[in-house]
Structures are given as C-alpha cells and as structure tokens.
Design a protein around this ligand. Structure first.
Ligand code: CTP
Length: 398
C-alpha cells in the first residue's frame, strides 16, 4: 500500500469512530490518506481528529467558509488511487445508488475514476431491508466493492449483521485488491507447510520445538492476497488463517504432515516448505503415561522423513519448490547444500545469529539464494513484509 493515494469518505454513522483507527492503519501501511466527511459525520468524529491522524486537511464543505476556497471534488477524485467509504450509511449508499450530489463526499464519489470501496454500517433491520439491499446490489453492479459488515452487537443494543467491518479488515481488502491485480499467482494453487510438529512420547508428552508458525501463516496470507488458492498444512499453532482463499489442514506429527503433503502437492502449482519439522521422533509412543522410576530415562529416537526432499523428488517441471534453512553456523554453505539436495528453486535462509530473526518473533531477516547462485540479502522486516519479498521472488520463477 506504500505510496497509494486513498480518499477516506466518512458518512454519519456511529461506526465513524472506527474511521480514526482505519485512517491510522492506512497511514501505518504507507498510504497518503485524505479525508472527506459528510456534514453529519462531523457529529460523530471531529475533523481535527482525522486531520491530526492523516496529517492532511479535511474536506467537509464545498467551500471553506473562512477564505472561500473551493474544495474541488473533481481534482480529489482524479488524485486518488482508491476511494473508501467507511462507514457507508444506508442514507449515503442510497444517494450513491441514485446519483444524488448534495454533499462533497457524494460529488467526489460521482467524479471519481478510481476503484471505490464501501463498508456498510447500519442497524440489522436497515441492512436487511429490501431497499438497502437493492441499493447495495445496484452499486455492486456498477463496480463498487462492498466490504461486508460483520454480525455482532450493534449500537442499538440489537445483535445481528450490520456492524462495520474492522479497520484491519478494510485495510486488508485494499491491500488484497492491489496485490492481486497484477499478480502472476492469481488463480494458482500453492501448498505451504507451517509451524512445528509434535512427536508423541506418551499420551501426555511430546517432542516439539519453538516454531510459532508466524512466518508460514504470513506467507499464506500474502499469497492468498495475491489471488492464489492456498493449502496451508499447519502443525500445532495458536494462529488462525484469516483470508478466505486459505484452506487450513491441521496436522500434529511429521508423519501426518508428510502424508498431507504427498497427497496435496500433486494438485498444486508449487509449495513453500516453512514448517519446522522434527528431525527425530520416539521409535514407539508409550500407550500409557511413562512413570517416574529410576534416575534416567532413555528414549530411542528414529529419523522422521524429510518432507521437503520428498517434494523435491515429486516436483514436476511446471511446479516450484521453496524451502527454508534455519542455521546457526556455516549459514551460506548449509543453505546452498539444502537448495541442491532438496531440489529447491530457492532457499530462504534465516540465521539464528541475527537479532529479531527466527522463531516466535514478529520480525525476520532473510537471505534468498536461488539456483543461479544469486544471493539477495534483505534487512530486518516484519514477517508480513518478508512474506511479500518471498512472494515477489516466487513471481519471478513463474
Ligand atoms: N524439512 C522438511 N521435513 C523435515 C525436515 C525439514 O520438510 N523432516 C524442510 C523444512 O521445512 C525446510 C527445509 O526442509 O524448508 C530445511 O529444514 P531445516 O530444519 O533447516 O534442515 P534439515 O533438512 O532438517 O537439516 P538440519 O536440521 O540438519 O539443518
């Protein structure tokens, strides 16, 4: 969203208080945000709040009464890469559908040539009313992208569908729109492994690792945002995928992950192996809880199957395969070895020696090594940004 010019249109509904959080989120993601408010919206949130958050003046009236300056809805409409109306009240949606032009937000809408998004917000019965639904259908038919309201407690105290989508959801919808538009991943199917695996010792204990799954889930969200259908094979994690394009297949052990991958990979255009798969598992899992007897306990461990290597053997010419290498020493040489031995197209190296990289953090610092021997080093970034860098490299493969 970096550098995108967004008009945030606010109409007069109680959800206008959430527009402040939305403006902040859009600015945080690098957008240049200009706010247009209806006169009624001013009753719910002040122009000063919005101006402070966006660092831009706010337009409410056709003229500035102080100096007579003209707020040109036409130039605003031409300036923007997107117009987002949030909240979009029943009244504003109805006026948009009819082409009524009695405030600056509506004239801006009518003269905008950019994509338009609307996040409806109203009471459940208003939202369900055939008039409101027909207006929404008319606008959708004209290309307005509706960001569905959520169900929950409404300002009236009633419970139902009509609550404006959360600011993060609205910002994600915009992100997805731009990410998907030019992506080669649109319509492709990608398998991703994520998280740790648990190898059973007895009914109450396992061998696991500190992987949170955050990196794999971030890659899944990014590829889904670019229009790919994602099959996310996840070990035990506390995360939930948000995007509708992601199908999560939950597994526990390396063996279960192996079986899911062998079944899923043939129907995919490629795979990203980001799971921290256990390399060893207890030879046998005890059927009942192991008791505390004696001073030592020996577990006989046997190797698990290397899933990435198996995918490398199964890989067809029309498929890509990306792997990770988490290293503590001899990083480059070890990563290079994994690239070749697992038949990967590129390997994403993270070194546990870099602060902020690896398990459980929200950040990562990666180096990508490809089959042509090219090495790209990236700076420390959020896992969402790292996922975008990895997705960019995948797009170069296809
Ligand atoms: N991997 C896998 N199945 C395994 C082990 C690893 O699919 N049983 C994948 C990981 O998801 C990653 C890549 O192989 O994409 C490298 O994982 P890593 O743990 O760094 O390397 P290993 O191959 O396990 O080698 P080592 O532990 O000796 O460094």
């Amino acid at each position: 969203m970096k550098g995108k010019k967004i008009i945030l249109g606010i109409s007069g509904g109680i959800a206008a208080y959430k527009s402040a959080a939305l403006a902040r989120e859009l600015v945080r993601r690098g957008a240049d945000v200009r706010v247009v408010m209806t006169p009624m919206a001013r009753q719910f949130i002040t122009p000063l709040t919005m101006a402070t958050l966006t660092k831009n003046p706010i337009a409410v009236d056709f003229f500035d009464p102080e100096n007579g300056q003209w707020n040109s809805h036409v130039s605003l409409g031409l300036w923007a890469d997107a117009l987002v109306i949030a909240p979009a009240t029943a009244n504003t949606l109805a006026k948009m559908a009819c082409g009524i032009a009695d405030n600056l937000l509506l004239t801006t809408y009518l003269s905008a040539r950019c994509p338009v998004f609307a996040a409806p917000s109203m009471d459940l019965d208003m939202y369900a009313h055939p008039a409101a639904q027909q207006n929404i259908a008319t606008l959708v038919g004209r290309g307005v992208r509706m960001i569905e309201p959520e169900s929950g407690e409404l300002a009236s105290g009633l419970v139902g569908k009509g609550r404006m989508a959360e600011p993060e959801t609205i910002a994600d919808a915009l992100h997805d729109f731009w990410a998907c538009r030019d992506s080669k991943l649109r319509g492709r199917t990608v398998m991703i492994t994520a998280g740790p695996t648990y190898e059973k010792i007895d009914p109450v204990r396992f061998i696991g690792n500190y992987s949170s799954g955050k990196m794999g889930f971030a890659i899944a969200e990014e590829l889904a945002a670019r229009g790919a259908a994602v099959k996310l094979i996840a070990g035990p994690v506390k995360l939930r995928a948000r995007h509708a394009n992601i199908q999560t297949i939950s597994v526990e052990s390396a063996e279960m992950m192996y079986n899911a991958c062998v079944e899923t990979f043939p129907m995919c255009d490629g795979a990203v192996m980001s799971a921290a798969v256990a390399d060893f598992r207890p030879e046998t899992a005890a059927g009942s809880k192991i008791k505390r007897v004696g001073n030592t306990l020996s577990l006989n461990l046997v190797p698990t199957r290397d899933i990435a290597s198996q995918m490398g053997r199964m890989k067809r010419d029309d498929q890509f395969l990306v792997g990770f290498a988490l290293e503590t020493d001899n990083e480059q040489a070890n990563a290079q070895h994994k690239l070749e031995s697992k038949n990967l197209d590129f390997v994403v190296l993270n070194s546990l020696n870099d602060a902020g990289a690896g398990f459980m953090t929200d950040t990562n610092k990666i180096t990508i090594i490809n089959r042509n021997g090219e090495t790209t080093e990236y700076s420390l970034k959020s896992k969402a940004e790292v996922a975008a860098d990895i997705a960019d490299q995948i797009e170069l493969l296809s």
